[in-house]
Design a protein around this ligand. Sequence first.
Ligand SMILES: Nc1ncnc2c1ncn2[C@@H]1O[C@H](COP(=O)(O)OP(=O)(O)OP(=O)(O)O)[C@@H](O)[C@H]1O
Length: 521
Amino acid sequence: MIRIQQIMRTNVDQTPLPDSIGELTLISHILPGQVEAETRYQVTNQAGQKVGEVLGRDLLYLSQTLRQLELGEIIDTIEDGVIVVDATGRICFENEAYSRITGVPMRKTIGRDMHQIEPDALLLKVLKTGQPAARKRHLIKSVQKYVSMRMFPIWRDGAVAGAYSVFRDVTELRRLGREVERVTQVAEELTSQLDAAFSRFQMIGQDPRFRTLLTRAVTAARTDATVLIRGENGVGKEGFAKLIHQASLRRNKPMITVNCAAIPETLIESELFGYEEGSFTGARKGGKLGKFELAQGGTLFLDEIGDMPLLMQSKLLRVLQEGEIEKLGREENIPVDVRIIAATNQPLEELVAQKKFRADLYYRLNVISLAVPPLRERRDDILPLANHFLEEYNQRYGKKAVLSRDAGQLLLECDWPGNVRQLRNCIESAVILCGGLELTPADLTLETPEAPRAVSGGGSPPPAGPLREATLQFERQLIRSTLERCGGDVELAARQLEISRRTLYRKLSDKIDTSAEFVTS
Ligand SMILES: Nc1ncnc2c1ncn2[C@@H]1O[C@H](COP(=O)(O)OP(=O)(O)OP(=O)(O)O)[C@@H](O)[C@H]1O
């Protein structure tokens, strides 16, 4: 609908003048007899201030043209439903969309009195009061469809001459809205379950160095300072990151982990910063949220930071300095409020010297540094950790196993090249495999400090004897060295050997029966 607003001239002085027309007046409401061609009409806003002026000639032209045009045809092509009633409430116009949305054919309604069809219709109220009305969500019961509608009176010569309603089918939108609500609730539920698991998470350790680290971590957690956690694989770097997040004010927001070594160089930018829909060929519909956005308000844990490509290091540095991310396909930057914790098992200082790691990023990350010692340097922690894992896996597998004195002794003697992760895996497989109530040395799958060197050194002579025995021996060696390489992680070892976890366990238990040499010192 064309309003005066659209054709007036602007930038005139602000003095209100008589004979003014409201800027929102519809052109189609102006009758030819009311307008003089050569008069300049003042246009005012709702406060009565003059905001423009318009020539009567322009108004006449437009109002006449609108009348001459067959508006019905145009209105028929629009997607929204339109229905018009005259002053008596008789339906005098409907467009095609009206019938399509309501499912009522035009012949059943056109010309009929709305008072009879639907005496409570809101449109009749608009007709009676002369006041526009709107409903965001209205159910048309007969067809079970939801519409959003706006209704207006039609004024002629100072009286209401009719009313019309424009409405839109929002059934699909409503369904999608509900789906979003449902998915959000599921996500909230899962998050709270995760939170519960997260808050049960404990860092076990009584070694004095380890306890000092815990205190430092909890103290750092109260600030937003960046933390760099160092240490061998499996020492508990991610555990420290979780602990810091849990002890911080950000604990009710997400902690998102990114393993920088596991993402191909070409994908790391879109993983971290995301992209907008259509920003490149093959971009996902709806775009993609980057990890920074997912961690908004929370913590982003950048694991294996030493493996981050140099170009990405520069981009990360910029984000840390500016607190904003540049998202592919989006013009304006997005502010992010994310606490960064990074971890690495690499000597970052050496990487800096070799120009493989940016010095400025190194200093930016290394505000608080936590160096987690390997398990072999804190032997006091071995038994408490073993008992903690034992309790966890007893619960998971419905067992009641306890650690025998000999098994405990064996655990204390091991060097744990795979650190706490290896110990955890060792206890898990022992709980699964043990037949009785006590975990004995034979239940433990672990390497003695000497054995791996003999096996994985590559120099061991080929086994002698019958083929079957030699094959078994070779298999034993292969399993042993693979397990060693995988830090005792049975699942990973099974994957590398391309056999199922169950087969690996079976082979391990065969070995326990037949080859004491493999499991005991
Ligand atoms: N002090 C601890 N108390 C309880 N569990 C621990 C402790 N340290 C490590 N763990 C457990 O050991 C496993 C390995 O720990 P984590 O993943 O934190 O090590 P990481 O140093 O991050 O390893 P990687 O370098 O391979 O990423 C996890 O299952 C973790 O829960």
